[in-house]
Design a protein around this ligand. Structure first.
Ligand code: PMV
Length: 344
């Protein structure tokens, strides 16, 4: 038996722009997805238990066939430049994603024997905190460890990326990297594979006075929001993406120097760009206005369209109080936590 967990993540800067080859900085965040894997009584079956969710049992072939089907729908979507079909198929029954993940991991690692999985998470789903990446990474680690595949973190990350493709069409790969490696990560897509750089040495200190607040459930999934941005006219989208990318080195410098005025300025400018792409909601606007009025900074995170807002203010207590008075339930962000790990 093995139990593993992987953290969620938050973009300090660079969501969406990272899909267009711009760099991004992400921090693993202190909420985790847990997966316990063990050999079952019947080796021809896979049993999946989602705590407080559902329980299901499948023949091994059934899950491998499910993964074959999603692989086919995904490839067709890639060809068409439209992933509506695989997204609709996975949305039709929310349980399918974890089942397809299990099938894909078995296919990739050549596993033909069944097992039992129990999963639970503290990461709010579809919140911009990388709940699907944390699931992808922790399931990959748990199943591969159970069958003693002895994968490197890089390999776990590569497999998790293929699972993220099921969910998001053409994800950047930044979320699963942040979740797998943990800490703080510089990420940029590239022709020969992404650059994934740990910032542990450059930013050894903890970042304080950051607060997260949940602004509501997004109506669209990450994949749908990424697709919506892809369908915007290039002349509108590209300059906004480029301008986010250009701010990433300043963000890193400011983080190294603990230069909070610049961190705030960059966060607010980044948010202006994401907002201009049409990625906001009335609740996010309300939070951002209130935090800015205090002299702080705030930005929607991940795919946006709802989910969490990352806020900063030198006076954390004032920030928390203000957000509570607005009717939200903020919490202090624990940034740069450990990546995927074996807990037992
Ligand atoms: O909403 P999340 O946590 O899945 O984050 C999505 C981040 C994007 O940049 C919008 C997409 C990506 O693949 O990087």
């Amino acid at each position: 038996m093995v139990t593993v967990s992987a953290p969620g993540k938050v973009h300090l800067i660079g969501e969406h722009a990272v899909v267009y080859n711009e760099p991004a900085i992400l921090a693993a965040v202190g909420l985790r997805c847990h997966v316990k894997a063990e050999k079952g009584k019947d080796p021809s079956k896979v049993r999946i238990v989602v705590r407080d969710g559902y329980e299901s049992e499948h023949r091994v072939e059934e899950l491998r066939e499910l993964a074959d089907k999603v692989d086919r729908l995904w490839s067709e979507g890639k060809e068409k430049g439209d992933f509506s079909e695989p997204f609709a198929f996975l949305k039709e029954d929310w349980k399918r994603a974890s089942q397809a993940f299990a099938g894909k991991i078995m296919k990739t690692l050549g596993i033909t024997e069944g097992f039992e999985l129990e999963m639970w998470t503290t990461i709010p789903l579809g919140s911009g905190l990388g709940s699907s990446s944390a699931l992808a990474v922790s399931m990959t680690q748990a199943i591969s460890d159970l069958f003693r595949k002895d994968l490197s973190k890089e390999k776990v990350n590569d497999i998790a990326f293929t699972l993220e493709q099921y969910m998001h069409g053409t994800p950047s790969g930044a979320d699963n990297a942040a979740t797998a490696f943990g800490g703080m990560t510089w990420f940029q897509k590239g022709e020969g594979g992404p650059t994934i750089r740990s910032l542990a040495k450059e930013v050894p200190h903890s970042l304080e006075n950051f607060v997260l607040v949940y602004a509501g459930k997004p109506e669209k999934s990450t994949g749908e929001l990424v697709q919506m941005v892809a369908q915007l006219p290039e002349e509108k989208r590209n300059p906004l993406m480029r301008s986010i990318g250009e701010m990433v080195p300043s963000m890193l410098e400011a983080m190294k120097e603990k230069d909070y005025p610049t961190i705030k300025d960059v966060m607010n400018k980044t948010w202006d760009n994401l907002h201009a792409l049409g990625l906001s909601t009335p609740n996010i606007d309300k939070i951002v206005s209130a935090v800015r009025a205090l002299g702080g900074a705030a930005k929607g995170c991940g795919a946006v369209g709802g989910g969490v807002v990352l806020c900063y203010h030198e006076d954390k207590e004032l920030l928390l109080k203000t957000l509570k008075e607005l009717g939200f339930d903020p919490w202090e962000a624990d940034l740069a936590v450990e990546g995927v790990r074996v807990d037992g």
